[in-house]
Design a protein around this ligand. Structure first.
Ligand SMILES: *Cc1c(COP(=O)(O)O)cnc(C)c1O
Length: 392
């Protein structure tokens, strides 16, 4: 049987956006309240409170009304002044990409770049900070999703704090799926969103903002105001007594509310554990199938995405096409430099369930064989089952 391209797939196992939890889908159909209705203003304040609890922040986070690329660009525009020297840490496509935004706001850009199957070494950051006392801002991507690799941001954050520089963190595809919080890594701007591990649709940014980041943005004459790129415009918008700078995305906020309830009620530790277990089972399955992981060391492999190296002679796009056509299972490709070189299996929000490791390994192994490549799917499934059963 074949699943038509024009019909919905059976299971979407991508690295975001992911299908939303059914409770989130239902919340999206709640009444679209007028934004100045007192009921909406009180609701908005309550959602910001929930986000603050989820992010374990001592200050209120900001909701920006566009998917997290808006938040990342707004972070660069708001925090970085022409007089700053930015150290951008690039271990993948997103990390590298932030440097292009940073460069728009200051000519002084330094970079540490690793091969895209490795992670940033804190010692290299320490050395760079020691030889460049002029560094005032450091930017890092926690989980560089197109590589499925994790950077040690808590360690990096401690070094940046000791240096006295500001830290900008892209935690879009890690927050909610593993232990990470803005204050754990001492981030000044910590950007994430509901569309990855929180299992809601793309459309909003959640930003953790430190008190000194507010001060720096306010003293930056070029920080956007009266703009879609502004963080400052939203400083007091959490309050039921204060106006919104423009209309918030009411339906998306309804969805975020449900996603935060799910996360807080299940318990963050339990949520992280099912992401980690699903990833462990997928990695074990892939290895036993005869495949190699993209990350150079398993220790840096993400618990929210498993990136699998494309075997020599296999057309990666054809592999994903075959998995979808035969089994109705959708995977993510690489992006930029990793495009064509790896396939990504996402474990995010509702798809962070161990049984999806089985579906992923079966679809991947079957697709490889369909393309004439050897794959020990049976061994892969047994290995994935062993990991799942050991946790039962
Ligand atoms: C998903 C993601 C973003 C947001 O980008 P979109 O792909 O446009 O949703 C930013 N940073 C990282 C690391 C991401 O995984």
């Amino acid at each position: 049987m074949r699943y038509a391209d024009t019909k919905e797939p059976v299971i979407t196992l991508t690295s975001g956006p992911v299908n939303a939890y059914s409770e989130v889908l239902r919340a999206l159909s709640r009444t679209v309240l007028y934004d100045y209705d007192p009921a909406f203003q009180a609701f908005y304040e309550a959602v910001v409170d929930k986000a603050q609890r989820a992010m374990r922040l001592s200050t209120r986070p900001v909701i920006l009304h566009g998917e997290p690329v808006l938040g990342l660009e707004a972070a660069a525009a708001s925090l970085i002044a022409e007089s700053d020297t930015v150290l951008n840490l690039a271990s993948g496509v997103y990390g590298k990409g932030f440097g292009y935004w940073a460069k728009r706001y200051t000519p002084n850009l330094l970079e540490i770049e690793t091969p895209y199957d490795e992670a940033i070494d804190p010692q290299a950051v320490k050395d760079m900070l020691a030889t460049h006392p002029e560094i005032t801002v450091v930017s890092v991507c926690h989980h560089d999703t197109p590589s499925g690799t994790i950077n040690p941001i808590d360690e990096i954050g401690a070094l940046v704090a000791a240096h006295g520089a500001y830290l900008i963190v892209d935690a879009v595809s890690s927050f909610g799926g593993m232990r990470t919080h803005p204050e754990d890594c001492q981030a000044d701007l910590y950007i994430t969103g509901p569309n990855k591990c929180l299992g809601a649709p793309p459309g909003l940014t959640l930003a953790g903002v430190s008190p000194r980041a507010w001060d720096k943005m306010k003293s930056n004459p070029l920080a956007p105001r009266a703009s879609m790129l502004s963080i400052l415009d939203w400083e007091t918008a959490w309050s039921r007594d204060k106006p919104f700078p423009f209309t918030p995305s009411v339906a998306e906020v309804n969805g975020l509310d449900a996603a935060l309830d799910l996360y807080l009620n299940e318990g963050p530790e339990a949520v992280w554990e099912r992401h980690a277990l699903t990833a462990r089972a997928t990695r074990a399955g892939a290895l036993a199938t005869g495949l190699a992981l993209w990350p150079k060391h398993e220790a840096i492999a993400s618990p929210t995405t498993t990136a699998i190296r494309t075997p020599d002679g296999v057309d990666e796009a054809a592999l994903r096409r075959e998995a979808r056509a035969r089994y109705g299972v959708v995977f993510s490709s690489g992006r930029g430099e990793t495009l064509g070189r790896l396939t990504r299996i996402g474990h995010m929000g509702p798809t962070a369930q161990p049984i999806y490791a089985i579906a992923a390994i079966a679809a991947l192994g079957g697709a490889l064989r369909a393309l004439g490549h050897a794959a020990d799917t049976g061994a892969g499934l047994e290995a994935a089952m062993a990991v799942i059963d050991a946790a039962a």
